[in-house]
Design a protein around this ligand. Structure first.
Ligand SMILES: [Zn+2]
Ligand SMILES: [Zn+2]
Ligand SMILES: [Zn+2]
Ligand SMILES: [Zn+2]
Ligand SMILES: [Zn+2]
Ligand SMILES: [Zn+2]
Length: 928
């Protein structure tokens, strides 16, 4: 490709686009200061409170500072000439690849708005779910689609990856990659951070860092964006990233609309140091669209002011970086728009003051019609780097002629112009809209039309030249919630019956009969969209269907030796922590590798990773969640390329016995998610036994009242323990209590308290469990002592961390291990004994060790598996090993080096240490 002199590259250090020469000294009294970074409009101010420089992050000593009237960038006088951070009004020129954000309500942490640079407070703050963009909801329309580029959808390859810089809102203590000094600030928006690798630097330093991004310390577990393919087109970001909308607050409901603005937006353009007297406030609308919606901004101006300065103030309020002489304000009255604008009414734009109190205070900002215009035509859509060609469009310039012009400037005059399209791309922060322009369209008319609608929209619109070859549409949708255990034809029948799918566009590529789910490959986007939306409205046999957009992972593009992490989060576990963890992992990793278990469970993630030859899993949830993932993994193991992914745990909620044994702790209490990921990377693989319990109720209960029918045999998987009698009865009561009042059970500690209280109520009962059951271990009858509860342990932690087996050595039994193929059988004499075990005063009564257990139960009896209790009817219970052992990750004992609160280790040059192919550790027993 000809990189001729006419091809322009935008970069933070280059000059602004044509036509942008900041007026150094306007005819008025106000002094302006020229800087190298485009867009800013600096004014000297007297500081009345402690202030920090946004350029160097340092305190501004003295009372003189310089503030940008558009974006509130604050600077030392000495830093002014070095400022490279472009003004918010120039943000559209900085977009590399337009990618829309995915807004949700902001969290609790102190953050600054990336548009107006002011502090975010209250409920109107928004944050992107997958990058560090924070904005006021009023400011959101002025931010652009510069989110992380997490997947491909155009079939063009990206080989090198560049840092994705985001200004400010960094963790405290972050150090500059270049000068090693602190570069973060908790007082202002300052410093730069790469959204992928996490390196940080001063705004004054980052420019010299080479652009290529290695993805940092976590690169081995990040699903590289060049491997992910998703045909998203009109699917919103929420849908692409499978972010469940119900986790959002009500106010987020309308965010899928394009640029819904709050009805009244307020912009105080009040210079900080000037006297407040002699001001008037104007309501200004940005074009027809805002006028229709009655969305205006308030612009405060002196009572005596020149035309051009009013227009300039209005442009700034809308973050439009252009010169005021190309614009005008038209009076907007009750009857609608007047054509007689200020300038017409007041004669030529002279120096007469034109605004008086008596005049209308509602105005519409308009662009003056232009005879010719220089238009930037970008190319390399979806390629890194911003490259454009400037063409001059006149009154009669059709799109076709513009394409010819651009091709010849690109040195492609021999290419057929018919093979190219001119695409209008509106880069709003919430949606990137593409529209192919027809060849006969007049480009100037198009510009006129956009400006008439909204000047902001014009500022956020780009034109791209693009090859017109048809892109292949292949959308993968996973539909679930169907009846289980049907065959492909039966599912196809259900699909055509309920969703009326067009069979020539839709193929069933995968059937997961055990989960009642199918994966569809759809070759037409609108059909995909229709099925996606419709499925959510359909119930079959009382069960609601769900649909998910599934990313395709191109296995051939995965880096050699990479081991991406598949993350499952149960946002229902552990109160609000689940949601914050989801948010952190979507930002630290690729959002396409993070799955919420509330939509479709573990299947969608495992399906998406089916061809990845080597991956690991991180489960964020309680023991039950881990069991859920292990269960689904077991059932589709034969369908995935990595049949034994190692599994690590972030314990949420209560219990968490498995997480304790594997050293992940008793519960998540806010550790830095980045450090957790490093621990996962460094964790060691251990094998763990899993067990199958067959519960076969053979006899009717004696009175036949409660269980008047024969239950079919039940087969469940067990990872932690299986309990009969008192221990299960307590969790059963606890279960009922929780179902009655779930709100009371949000804190882990509270849960435990309730557990104990429920236990005390049971003291009056006496039970003789040993008389109601017969136990056989490895085909040998085992005589039971007088007990009320019998527990079979796979792991050395029971009932939230208690050591039931005990640590004493015993010549009768081997030391318990999680991978020895043996269960430990322990008895408890009652609630008091259980309490003593819980508090570590005693251990249980050791009864046996073995790998094949048979229990005959003669009365209905409470049982629990991994904390899930129910009443089991009399009959046989058989516990045996469940197929192969599973591979778990145990946090390594060596303490991590202190990370000094920053993510700078992202740059460490040492290779990722995980040796995932290494032999599993042989010391996978318990730690006592
Ligand atoms: Zn600025
Ligand atoms: Zn400074
Ligand atoms: Zn703001
Ligand atoms: Zn974003
Ligand atoms: Zn980077
Ligand atoms: Zn620095």
């Amino acid at each position: 490709m000809a990189d001729s002199g006419r091809v322009k590259h935008d970069s933070p250090s280059s000059s602004p686009g044509p036509g942008r020469k900041k007026v150094q000294q306007s005819p008025g009294s106000k002094a302006r200061y020229c800087v190298h970074a485009p867009g800013h409009c600096f004014r000297k101010v007297t500081l009345t409170k402690p202030t920090f420089c946004h350029h160097c992050s340092d305190f501004i000593w003295g009372i003189v500072g310089f503030v940008c009237e558009v974006c509130n960038f604050m600077s030392h006088e000495k830093c002014l000439k070095h400022v490279r951070t472009v003004c918010s009004c120039m943000a559209p020129t900085q977009v590399q690849i337009p990618v829309a954000h995915c807004f949700g309500p902001a969290g609790q942490k102190k953050r600054f708005c990336c548009v107006c640079r002011k502090h975010l407070e209250g409920s109107s703050a928004l944050r992107c779910e997958v990058c560090e963009l924070h904005v006021h909801s009023d400011c959101a329309p002025f931010s652009v689609s510069d989110c992380r580029f997490c997947h491909q959808d155009g079939g063009q390859d990206i080989d090198t990856y560049q840092h994705h810089w985001r200004e400010g809102n960094m963790s405290s203590g972050a150090r500059c990659e270049v000068c090693r000094r602190t570069c973060s600030s908790s007082d202002v928006l300052a410093g730069m951070r790469c959204e992928w690798c996490g390196i940080t630097a001063h705004a004054s330093c980052y420019i010299i860092i080479s652009s290529e991004c290695s993805l940092g310390r976590l690169r081995n577990m990040i699903l590289h964006p060049s491997c992910v393919w998703i045909c998203s087109r009109n699917f919103s970001k929420m849908h692409c990233y499978r972010i469940s909308e119900n986790s959002q607050h009500g106010e987020m409901d309308n965010l899928d609309d394009v640029d819904t603005q709050s009805p009244v937006t307020l912009k105080e353009n009040q210079p900080t140091g000037s006297p407040d007297t002699g001001k008037q406030t104007l309501k200004v609308f940005d074009g027809d669209d805002a006028a229709k919606r009655n969305q205006f901004r308030l612009v405060s101006i002196p009572r005596i002011i020149k035309n051009e300065e009013v227009v300039e103030a209005a442009l700034r309020a809308f973050y439009i970086p252009d010169e005021p002489q190309d614009y005008e304000l038209q009076s907007y009255g009750q009857q609608g728009l007047f054509t007689d604008d200020i300038i017409n009414r007041n004669g030529s734009p002279d120096n007469k003051p034109v605004f008086k109190d008596t005049m209308s205070d509602s105005w519409v900002l308009r662009a003056k019609p232009r005879e010719t215009e220089v238009v930037k035509i970008y190319h390399r859509w979806q390629k890194v780097g911003v490259i454009y060609i400037s063409v001059t469009a006149g009154k009669n310039s059709m799109v076709d002629t513009v394409i010819k012009d651009v091709l010849s400037q690109l040195g492609k005059q021999n290419d057929n112009p018919a093979d190219f399209n001119l695409v209008e791309v509106f880069m709003s922060s919430k949606q990137v809209q593409r529209q192919v322009l027809s060849g006969q369209e007049l480009l100037l008319d198009k510009l006129l039309e956009i400006r008439k609608t909204s000047l902001r929209q014009m500022n956020q619109t780009r034109f791209y030249i693009e090859e017109s070859r048809n892109r292949v549409v292949q959308v993968s949708l996973l539909l679930g919630g169907f009846p289980t255990q049907l065959d492909k034809e039966e599912y196809a029948h259900l699909l055509s019956e309920h969703l009326a799918i067009k069979s020539h566009l839709v193929t069933i590529t995968h059937v997961y009969a055990e989960q009642g789910a199918v994966v569809l490959q759809i070759s037409c986007f609108s059909e995909a969209e229709r099925i996606y939306m419709l499925a959510k409205d359909i119930s079959i046999s009382g069960k609601q269907l769900y649909s998910l957009v599934i990313p395709e992972i191109t296995q051939s593009k995965l880096a050699k030796g990479s081991c991406p992490l598949l993350v499952f989060v149960n946002p229902k576990s552990g109160g609000l922590k689940g949601r914050e963890i989801l948010y952190s992992f979507r930002k630290l990793l690729n959002p396409h590798q993070v799955f919420e278990l509330t939509s479709g469970g573990p299947l969608p993630g495992l399906h998406a990773f089916r061809d990845v030859p080597h991956f690991r899993i991180l489960v964020c949830g309680g023991d039950g969640t881990v069991g859920w993932v292990l269960g689904v993994l077991e059932s589709i193991r034969h369908k995935i390329a990595c049949p034994e992914p190692a599994i690590s745990i972030i314990p949420l909620g209560t219990g968490n016995d498995l997480a304790r044994v594997l050293r992940w702790g008793a519960g998540y209490s806010g550790e830095d998610p980045y450090n957790i990921l490093v621990s996962v990377d460094e964790a060691e693989e251990v094998q763990m036994d899993r067990w199958t319990i067959l519960l076969d109720a053979q006899e009717m209960t004696e009175d036949g009242k409660e269980n008047g029918f024969l239950e079919p045999p039940k087969i469940v998987q067990m990872n932690n323990y299986f309990g009969l009698g008192i221990d299960a009865e307590l969790s059963l009561d606890f279960h009922h209590a929780r179902e009655e009042d779930p709100d009371k059970f949000n804190s882990r500690f509270h849960n435990k308290g309730v557990y104990v209280k429920v236990g005390l109520q049971k003291l009056s009962h006496t039970r003789n469990l040993h008389k109601d059951i017969r136990l056989q271990v490895d085909k040998q009858d085992v005589e039971l002592p007088s007990i009320e509860g019998l527990i079979f342990l796979n792991i050395p932690s029971w009932g939230s961390g208690a050591d039931l087996w005990g640590s004493d050595s015993d010549s009768r039994f081997g030391r318990p291990r999680i991978d020895d193929g043996m269960l430990e059988v322990v008895g408890v004499t009652g609630v008091v004994h259980m309490g003593q075990v819980q508090s570590g005063l005693r251990s249980g009564i050791r009864i046996a060790q073995g790998s094949y257990i048979r229990i005959t139960v003669t009365k209905p009896i409470p049982v629990q598996v991994d904390g899930e209790p129910w009443i089991q009817s009399p009959g046989q219970i058989i516990i045996s090993a469940a197929g192969p052992k599973v591979c778990m990750l145990r946090k390594s004992k060596t303490k991590q080096k202190k990370q000094s609160g920053s993510l700078k280790e992202g740059r460490s040059d040492s290779p990722a240490p995980s040796d995932v192919t290494g032999q599993p550790s042989s010391s996978s027993g318990m730690d006592s």
